[in-house]
Design a protein. Structure first.
Length: 80
């Protein structure tokens, strides 16, 4: 069951649950909302590896300025 189906199901069912169930759901929601999620953990591992390599390169000084990239592109494509 996908997200849309779950939402539709609970929109209909929520009126039929008792107070205890509502309190449990409320506590679960509060706990869930307090959790801090790190977006890094949710991106694909190959992208994580690229980002980690980029950070290492920056620490080692292996960077390029915006100006140097523009100059290289201008030279390569004969742009003034």
């Amino acid at each position: 069951m996908g997200t849309i189906e779950l939402r539709n199901k609970w929109k209909k069912e929520i009126v039929n649950v008792d107070e205890r169930f509502l309190r449990l759901i409320d506590a679960l929601h509060k706990s869930y909302m307090k959790e801090e999620t790190d977006f890094f953990d949710e991106i694909p591992s190959d992208i994580q590896e690229l980002l980690q390599k980029s950070r290492e390169d920056i620490k080692k000084g292996k960077t390029y300025t915006h100006e140097s990239i523009l100059n290289e592109a201008k030279t390569k494509y004969n742009i003034s």
